[in-house]
Design a protein around this ligand. Sequence first.
Ligand SMILES: [Zn+2]
Length: 406
Amino acid sequence: MIALAWWLLIAPTAAAAPPPPPPRPAVLIATPRGETSVPLTMERGSAAVAVSLLAQPLALTTALDGLGGGGGATVGLGGMTFVFQLGLPFARAGAAVCVLVSEPYVARDSLFLPLRWLAECVPRALGSRYRWDAAAARFEEFRAAGAVAAPAANPLTGLRLHHGVVIDPGHGGADPGNPGRYLPGSLTEKDVTLAIARLLRAELLRRGIGATLTRSRDTLIALADRGAFCKTDCDLFVSIHVNSIPEGGRGGGGRSERVSGVETYFLSEAKTEDQERVAKMENQALRFETLPVGGARGPVDFILKDLQLNEYLRESARLAELVQTRVSQVHPGGDRGVQQAGFMVLATAQRPAVLVETGFATNRTDGAFLASSLGQHEVAVAIAEAVVAYLLEFERRRAVVGTGGK
Ligand SMILES: [Zn+2]
């Protein structure tokens, strides 16, 4: 034993050798036909892959129309055609556009595409066929679904594919959210949002849809971290909140008590004073966080910067419309419509994202509705039905793109 211990102590020094060179970055292409390691290049600053090296393992086809600036390229993969414009950081697949971190380029007579195309655009367009595992740097192709029967529809929802949803109960921990004049006892916004979120999760799971909560108990999650839950296995992001009107606010004379109803937001610039007020109120959660987010420029710049990258504006607006319609049908406080504002929590989600202000805690009827388990349940069911309706549209759109895309 003692001799062995000595050997262990000495061995590392005795065996000292020059450190091995860092491994060349590569992606593993795993298909039913075998596995191939394909090297990545960083020559233009971000990871890119030579399409010629993917041709054989993925049975991918490429056509370049003109080399150099201004030319285009089409790549056929899994029955879908992706169209690129050299020098522009986008990939088009049918009607859908996917934003790339860098531009496709031609070097040494080969087309190079940003890794992001493989990691994000392809799985998004052809999710039943391809999957990206970031931790393992592995791109996986599943057995062709087209060769066998199309997946059966879920009898409850009509959905054919697996979907995942991230649910974000607003506030938590040190941040109670709004105290709510008409929430009974010590109940605050953070309790109501958690209760609705838990019920929504159960309703989605019951419908065969994956659901994750950004928090499942009374803890504070930084606004910038909440959206990050929605990456892989996430089709959309729903943040749950409770609205309020400050006492003596605009209009005065009891306006705060009279205002009631549900509103659903998607991320865009606020257009009205009310939208501005709600975004400010929800972004205030920042003051409970220990680390400043967005640096010295503050959260507004942060949001506007991300807006330019938000390719989900239209999808988010559609999701907001469906949620708003369903929830307002069960809500005693009325329909305040789809709204838009600069919510930080939505800026970080990399998928279609909405924020539901489920009612006003400063209104007697809304407060009682949101504090009751029946009201919380009704709101959760309505949001779950809206999510199903949105995903059905999403599957239909994708089927059209997949079969008829040029
Ligand atoms: Zn809130």
